[in-house]
Design a protein around this ligand. Structure first.
Ligand SMILES: Nc1ncnc2c1ncn2[C@@H]1O[C@H](COP(=O)(O)OP(=O)(O)O)[C@@H](O)[C@H]1O
Ligand SMILES: CC(=O)OP(=O)(O)O
Ligand SMILES: [Mg+2]
Length: 456
C-alpha cells in the first residue's frame, strides 16, 4: 500500500492507496489543526471496490491538539481501518507493515530539482529540509517531523518527498528575481521566488487536461488555490509562468493567519523588535516573520481563520433581536471578505495580461493563445460559492458570467463511474472565458509521482 500525506498549515490530509492500481482504500483529514485554540476534527472514510460501501467517522480531538499528537491519531486511525477492512485475521503482519511507500508533500524544496527518497540511515537530507523551514515556517518543520515519525513507526516503508516548489522551476529569471543587491552574507538558498502549492497546481492541470481533452502542454489557465494558504498561478502552455507566493508562502494573498504581501517597510514600524529571534516551534524565525505568518490574515481582521464563517457573516443581514453575529463582527467580516477579493483580483488581473498579452517585442498575443479558463480550487475555492459569485462579477468585461445554479451545485454531483465529480464549469453558457472549480487532489498527485519514481 502507498500512503500519501499532505501537511498543510491548518490540516493533515491523507490517502491510503492500493499500490498496484492506486485505488483509494482510505481517505481523510484532520482539519483545524493548531489553529488558534480550535478543536481539530478528524475524518476517515473507508472506500470499497464496489463504490457502494463507504464509512465515515468524525471525531473531535479535544485533548491532543498539537500537530504531532494529531498526526499520531491519524496513523492510529489508518491502522485500525486497515486491520478492520483490508487485512485477513490470519495475516500475521502488523497493519502498518503493509505500507510500502509514504509519499509526503513538502512545501519548500529550496534548490532541489527532483523528488527525494529517504530511508532509515539516510536522514541527513532531512536536516537541510528542516533548515528550509525558515522559508516555510508553517510547513517544513512539521512535515519533516512527520517524515521522522514515519521512519520510526513505519519502518517497512520508503519515504518519498515531493516538493511544491518543483512545479515552479519553469518561472523565468525576470519573474523570479527580486531587484536588490547581493545579500551581506551568503543566504542558505538564493533569495528568489520559489512559489508553493505546486502539487495542487499539477493536480489541477492534470484534471483540466482530462476535462478539456487537450494535452497539458496546450493548457492556458489561471488557477486560484484558495485555502488556509492562498495563491494564484498563471499556467501557460502547461507550465508555471508566474505565481503569487515568493521566497516563502507569505508573499501574495492573505491566508488564515498570514498577512500576504504588505509594504516591506511596514513590519519595522508595526513590530519594534521585528529583527529579534522569535521562539517558534523548532524553526529559526524572526519576530517580524512570526507576526506576519501567525498574527495576520483572516484571523487578525475577523477573529477567525475560517473563511466559511467570514463569508456567511459578511453576506448575512442582521435580523433585529435575533442571535448571530454582532454588527462589529459583520463589519469585520465584510472588510476581510472585500479585501480578499481585492487581493485575488491583483493576481488574476495581472495574469490575464501575462498569458494573453504581447511578447516583449510588442506584438499582441503572437502565438494566438486563448485562455482555457479561470479555475478555483483549495478549501475556500471549492466550498466558497458566495466568493466565486462575487468575484465572478468582476469578469463581465471579459465576456464571462457566473451561472448561479451551476455555481451552487458544485460539490453535489457524481461522475459516470459514481465518483465525486472533479471539474465543474460554473460560467454561463456562451461565456468567452470560462470559469471552473476543480477539486484539487494533492494526495493523489503525490501518489502518482511517487509511484512513477519506481522506488521498490
Ligand atoms: N463553506 C466554506 N466556505 C468557504 N470557505 C470554507 C468553507 N469551509 C471551509 N472553508 C475554508 O477552507 C479552509 C481550508 O482550506 P484547505 O485548502 O483545506 O486548507 P489547508 O491550507 O490547510 O490545506 C478553511 O480554513 C476555511 O477557511
Ligand atoms: C503553501 C501553503 O500555504 O500550503 P497550505 O495552503 O496547504 O497551508
Ligand atoms: Mg493545503
Amino acid at each position: 500500500m502507498l500512503l500519501a500525506l499532505n501537511c498543510g498549515s491548518s490540516s493533515i490530509k491523507f490517502k491510503l492507496f492500493q499500490l498496484s492500481d492506486l485505488f483509494v482504500l482510505i481517505s481523510g483529514s484532520a482539519t483545524r489543526v493548531d489553529v488558534g485554540g480550535q478543536t481539530p476534527v478528524l475524518k476517515v472514510v473507508v472506500h470499497h471496490r464496489d463504490a457502494r460501501h463507504e464509512e465515515c467517522e468524525r471525531e473531535e480531538e479535544k485533548e491532543h491538539t498539537e500537530y504531532d499528537a494529531v498526526f499520531q491519531r491519524v496513523i492510529e486511525h489508518i491502522e485500525t481501518s486497515v486491520s478492520k477492512h483490508f487485512q485477513s485475521s490470519s495475516d500475521g503482519s502488523r497493519p502498518r507493515d503493509v505500507i510500502k511507500i509514504v509519499a509526503h508533500r513538502i512545501v519548500h524544496g529550496g534548490t532541489e530539482t527532483q523528488p527525494m527518497a529517504i530511508w532509515p540511515g539516510h536522514e541527513q537530507s532531512l536536516t537541510k529540509l528542516d533548515k528550509l523551514g525558515q522559508f516555510a515556517p508553517l510547513h517544513n518543520h512539521r512535515a519533516v517531523e512527520v517524515v521522522k515519525s514515519c521512519l520510526q513507526h513505519l519502518p517497512e516503508s520508503r519515504q518519498v518527498l515531493l516538493f511544491d516548489t518543483l512545479f515552479h522551476q519553469t518561472i523565468q529569471p525576470h519573474i523570479y528575481t527580486y531587484p536588490l543587491t547581493a545579500p551581506e552574507s551568503a543566504p542558505f538558498i538564493p533569495l528568489r521566488k520559489y512559489g508553493a502549492h505546486g502539487l495542487s497546481y499539477a493536480s489541477v492541470l492534470s484534471s483540466m487536461s482530462s476535462y478539456l481533452g487537450k494535452p497539458a502542454s496546450h493548457i492556458n489557465i489561471i488557477v486560484a488555490h484558495l485555502g488556509s494558504g492562498a495563491s494564484v498561478c498563471a499556467i501557460r502552455d502547461g507550465k508555471s509562468l508566474d505565481t503569487s507566493m515568493g521566497l516563502t508562502p507569505l508573499d501574495g494573498l492573505p491566508g488564515g493567519t498570514r498577512s500576504g504581501s504588505v509594504d516591506p517597510a511596514l513590519i519595522f514600524h508595526h513590530t519594534k523588535d521585528a529583527a529579534n529571534d522569535a521562539d517558534f516551534k523548532g524553526t529559526n524565525l524572526s519576530k517580524g516573520e512570526m507576526v506576519l505568518n501567525k498574527e495576520g490574515g483572516f484571523q487578525a481582521l475577523s477573529g477567525t481563520s475560517d473563511f466559511g464563517v467570514i463569508s456567511s457573516r459578511a453576506t448575512s443581514s442582521r435580523v433585529a433581536g435575533s442571535e448571530g453575529p454582532s454588527q462589529a463582527e459583520r463589519d469585520a467580516a465584510k472588510l476581510t471578505y472585500d479585501l480578499f477579493i481585492d487581493r485575488i483580483l491583483n493576481y488574476i488581473g495581472a495574469y490575464v495580461f501575462k498569458i494573453l498579452g504581447g511578447s516583449p517585442s510588442g506584438s499582441p498575443n503572437p502565438e494566438g493563445r486563448s485562455l482555457d479558463g479561470i479555475v478555483f480550487s483549495g478549501g475556500i475555492g471549492e466550498k466558497g460559492w458566495q466568493l466565486r459569485q462575487d468575484l465572478g462579477a468582476y469578469f463581465a468585461w471579459l465576456g464571462c458570467w457566473v451561472d448561479n445554479a451551476r455555481n451552487e451545485a458544485v460539490g453535489t454531483e457524481k461522475d459516470e463511474n459514481g465518483k465525486e465529480k472533479v471539474v465543474y464549469e460554473i460560467s454561463k453558457e456562451g461565456s468567452k472565458v470560462k470559469l471552473f472549480v476543480c477539486m484539487t487532489d494533492e494526495e493523489t498527485q503525490c501518489a502518482i509521482t511517487a509511484k512513477e519514481l519506481k522506488i521498490d
